[in-house]
Design a binder for this molecule. Sequence first.
Ligand SMILES: [Zn+2]
Length: 91
Amino acid sequence: MEWLSDEERSLIADKLKERGAIIPCSRCHRSNFTVLDAYFVMPISNDMSVTQLGGRSLPLAVIVCDHCGYTVCHALGSLGLLKKPEEKHDK
Ligand SMILES: [Zn+2]
């Protein structure tokens, strides 16, 4: 598995800045964060009693506070960063 490159992580950080997602950590009020080198892929369902692995999912960028570890996620689609599977493999 290929982890996110520094370039991909910088692109996510730039998009968050562009969208104004720049306030300090809501838990410790520090301002240094790390974009994790992997996505969080959350399974989604239209049935609350079913968790289906391998079905539909919500791909998320993961941002971690460097001081307290508070972790937040941002939907890649909302940031305009969703890639079709073939685009990922073309690299
Ligand atoms: Zn924090």
